[in-house]
Design a protein around this ligand. Structure first.
Ligand SMILES: Nc1ncnc2c1ncn2[C@@H]1O[C@H](COP(=O)(O)OP(=O)(O)OP(=O)(O)O)[C@@H](O)[C@H]1O
Ligand SMILES: [Mg+2]
Length: 583
C-alpha cells in the first residue's frame, strides 16, 4: 500500500496544504465550545449584552475561518486524490497493454475492469480521506481532550473512561470486520466476472438456451456476495448503537457529576455546557476512527489488487517505429516444437514435438479435431505465446531472434474470434496500418470479398460499426478481419478458421483471389471443411497436439487414419467406402 505515497508525490504541495487546512479547521472547531462557555459565563449569566455581542462576533469569525479552511482542505484533497486516481488508471492501462497473452490469461477481463474502475475509486477515496478524516479524527480527539481538561480537570476521568471503553469496543469490532472486507471485495470480483462474461456472451447464452444455467450461476455469485456483505454490515451494525450508548452514558455521567459541581459553584455553568460539547466531539472523533479503519481495510485490498497488475512483468515491448525496411520471405520451420500454456515444464503439452517445413509462398492448410492445437500453433508464430521446447524458425532464423515488430508486421493473423472496434469500417480495416490510403483499403476489401457488401451499406466505408452503429453478420465481420490482415501487406498470412462463417461460394472466391493477388505470401489456413482445402499443396493433420499426417489430400486419404475419419464424417460416407475408393 506504501506505493501510494509515490503516486501522491507529484502533488506533494497540495498534499501538504490539505492537512494543514484541516488542522486549522479542527483548531476552530475546538475553540467554539470555549467561546460558548465565555458567552454564557460572562454574558448570559451576568446579563451583559455587550459581552454577548462581542464574543458572538468572535464566534462568527471563528466559524467562518473554520468553514473556509474546510472548503480549502476539501478542494486540495480532491485535486490530489483525483490525480492519483487518474495516474493509477493510466498506469494500469499502459501496463495491461504490455501484457503477453500468457499474462492476459492470468487475469480475466472482468477482474481487470474491476481493478481499473472500482478498485481505483476505492483507493482514490482513501487518498482523499487520508488528507481529511485521518487528520481530523486525531486532531479533534486530542484538541478536544486538551480543551476539556483545561476547563475542568476533575471530570477528566469520565472522558478517559469513555475513550477507553469505546477504543476497546472498536478494536474488537475491527478485528472481526477487517477480514470480512477483503472477502466482500473478492466476492464482488466474482460477480463482475460473471456479469462481464454474460454481457459479452449474451447471444451465445440465448442461442444455447443456457439462460437458466447462467441465471443460476449469477444467482450463486450474487448470493455469495450478498451474504458476505450482509455479514460485514451486520458486524458494522453494532457500531452506531453501541457508540450512541457509550456517548449518551458519558453525557449522563458528566451531567450527574458536573451538575453537582455547578450547584456547589466549583464550575461555572458555561464551562459545564462546553464540557458536554467536548465529550461529544471527542467520542464522535473516535467513531471517525472506525470509519477510517474500514476505509483502510477496503483500500488495502484494492491497493493490493492494483499492485498485482502493476507488478506483473508486462514483458512485451513492441516499439512500433523500431520497424526497419527488413522483410521476411516466409519460410517456416518447426523443429521438435512443443508448447504448453502452463509456466512449469510438467504442465500438459498442447503441442508435442512438431517438425515440418513450409516453403515461402506455399499455401498450407491445417486440419484436426477441436482442441488439437491448431490455434495454439498459429499463435506461436507472431510470438503471442512463446514456445516451450524446440524451435520455430522463419527464414531459417529462430523467431526469438527476429525483432518483435518485424515479426508482427510481417505476419498477418486473422484470429479465430473476430474482434472489431467501435469506429468506421475503414478504420477497422486500417487498424494495423493507419496510414493506408482509401485505394489500399479497397483493394484489401476486394480480395477479402468484403467490398461488395460494404458498398451496399448506407455510408459505404464510412459506415460506423460497434456501439450505436450497424451490426454485421458473422461472415461479414470475418471478411473485415481478413481485409485487415491483408492490408498490412504481410509475408505470412495466418487464418484461424476465418472462413468458417462464409458460404461455399464466397469462400471459393476468397481463396481464388488470395491465390492470384498474394502468390508470394506464405499462407497457413486452419480449415474445418476438407472440401475447401482438398486442392491444397500441403495439408497438415494435427491430432491431440501431434502431427499425424502431412501431404496432399489423396496421399492423406491413403495414409492418415485421422484424416480419413474426418473426411468420411464430412462426406457422410463410411470409411470402408473411402478405402475402396483409394484402392
Ligand atoms: N489460453 C489458454 N490457456 C490454457 N489452455 C488453453 C488456452 N487456449 C487453448 N488451450 C487448450 O489448448 C488445447 C489446444 O487448443 P487450441 O485452441 O489450440 O485448439 P484448436 O485446434 O484451435 O481447436 P478448435 O478447432 O476448437 O479451434 C486445448 O486443450 C485447449 O483447452
Ligand atoms: Mg482454434
Amino acid at each position: 500500500m506504501g506505493y501510494l505515497f509515490g503516486y501522491m508525490k507529484p502533488y506533494g504541495k497540495m498534499a501538504i496544504f490539505a492537512p494543514l487546512f484541516m488542522l486549522l479547521e479542527v483548531a476552530m472547531d475546538v475553540t467554539q465550545p470555549k467561546m460558548m462557555a465565555l458567552i454564557i459565563n460572562q454574558g448570559v449569566e451576568p446579563m451583559d449584552f455587550a459581552k454577548i455581542l462581542q464574543y458572538g462576533v468572535w464566534m462568527m469569525v471563528i466559524l467562518l475561518i473554520g468553514l473556509a479552511a474546510g472548503v480549502l482542505c476539501n478542494a486540495f484533497a480532491s485535486v490530489v486524490s483525483q490525480n492519483v486516481g487518474a495516474d493509477l488508471r493510466q498506469d494500469l492501462f499502459s501496463r495491461v497493454q504490455t501484457f503477453t497473452f500468457r499474462e492476459l490469461d492470468r487475469f480475466s477481463t472482468g477482474t481487470l475492469i474491476t481493478r481499473m474502475t472500482n478498485d481505483v475509486t476505492q483507493v482514490q477515496n482513501f487518498v482523499q480521506s487520508a488528507q481529511q478524516m485521518m487528520v481530523r479524527a486525531p486532531g479533534l480527539a486530542l484538541g478536544g481532550l486538551i480543551m476539556a481538561l483545561t476547563l475542568n480537570l476533575s471530570l477528566g476521568w469520565i472522558v478517559g473512561l469513555a475513550m477507553i471503553t469505546l477504543s476497546v469496543f472498536l478494536f474488537f469490532l475491527l478485528r472481526f470486520s477487517y477480514p470480512l472486507f477483503s472477502q466482500v471485495q473478492a466476492r464482488l470480483d466474482d460477480v463482475n466476472v460473471v456479469v462481464q462474461e454474460n454481457l459479452a456472451g449474451m447471444r451465445a447464452i440465448k442461442a444455447f438456451v443456457r439462460r437458466t444455467f447462467e441465471m443460476m450461476r449469477f444467482g450463486q455469485v450474487n448470493e455469495r456476495y450478498t451474504n458476505i456483505a450482509i455479514k460485514a454490515a451486520r458486524v458494522m451494525a453494532l457500531n452506531m448503537p453501541v457508540l450512541t450508548l457509550i456517548m449518551n452514558s458519558s453525557i449522563l455521567i458528566v451531567l450527574w457529576f458536573g451538575g453537582h459541581e455547578v450547584w456547589q459553584h466549583t464550575m461555572p455553568i458555561g464551562n459545564f455546557v462546553a464540557y458536554l460539547n467536548y465529550v461529544t466531539q471527542i467520542l464522535s472523533s473516535l467513531l471517525m476512527f472506525s470509519v477510517i479503519a474500514t476505509n483502510i481495510a477496503q483500500a488495502k485490498v484494492s491497493a493490493d489488487r492494483i499492485s498485482a497488475v502493476l507488478q506483473t512483468a508486462g514483458s512485451e515491448n513492441v516499439v512500433a517505429d523500431e520497424a526497419t525496411d527488413a522483410t521476411l520471405f516466409g519460410a517456416i520451420e518447426a523443429d521438435h516444437l512443443s508448447f504448453s500454456y502452463g509456466d512449469d515444464t510438467n504442465h500438459e503439452l498442447v503441442l508435442r514435438d512438431l517438425s515440418f517445413r513450409i516453403e515461402p509462398g506455399e499455401q498450407v492448410a491445417i486440419i484436426g479435431s477441436t482442441g488439437s492445437g491448431k490455434s495454439s500453433f498459429l499463435q506461436l508464430l507472431p510470438r503471442l505465446y512463446e514456445a516451450t521446447r524446440g524451435e520455430l524458425r522463419v527464414d531459417g532464423k529462430a523467431i526469438s531472434s527476429i525483432p518483435l515488430s518485424l515479426l508482427r508486421t510481417k505476419i498477418g493473423i486473422v484470429l479465430q474470434e473476430t474482434i472489431l472496434f467501435r469506429g468506421s469500417i475503414r478504420d477497422n480495416i486500417a487498424f494495423g496500418s493507419p496510414d493506408a490510403t482509401v485505394d489500399d483499403v479497397m483493394r484489401a476489401a476486394k480480395i477479402a470479398q468484403a467490398h461488395d457488401f460494404i458498398t451496399r451499406l448506407p455510408d459505404g466505408y464510412a459506415t460506423r460499426i460497434g456501439q450505436r452503429g450497424v451490426t454485421l453478420s458473422g461472415g461479414q465481420k470475418q471478411r473485415l478481419a481478413i481485409a485487415r490482415a491483408l492490408l498490412v501487406n504481410p509475408s505470412i498470412l495466418l487464418f484461424d478458421g476465418s472462413t468458417s462463417a462464409l458460404d461455399f461460394k464466397t469462400e471459393k472466391l476468397l481463396l481464388q483471389a488470395l491465390r492470384e493477388e498474394k502468390q508470394a505470401v506464405t499462407t497457413i489456413m486452419v480449415a474445418e471443411r476438407i472440401a475447401s482445402i482438398r486442392d491444397k499443396e500441403k495439408i497438415l493433420v494435427l491430432d491431440d497436439g501431434q502431427l499425424v499426417g502431412a501431404g496432399k489430400h489423396e496421399h492423406l486419404v491413403a495414409t492418415c487414419s485421422v484424416y480419413r475419419d474426418i473426411y468420411a464424417t464430412q462426406m457422410g460416407i463410411s470409411i470402408e467406402d473411402i478405402e475402396k475408393q483409394v484402392v
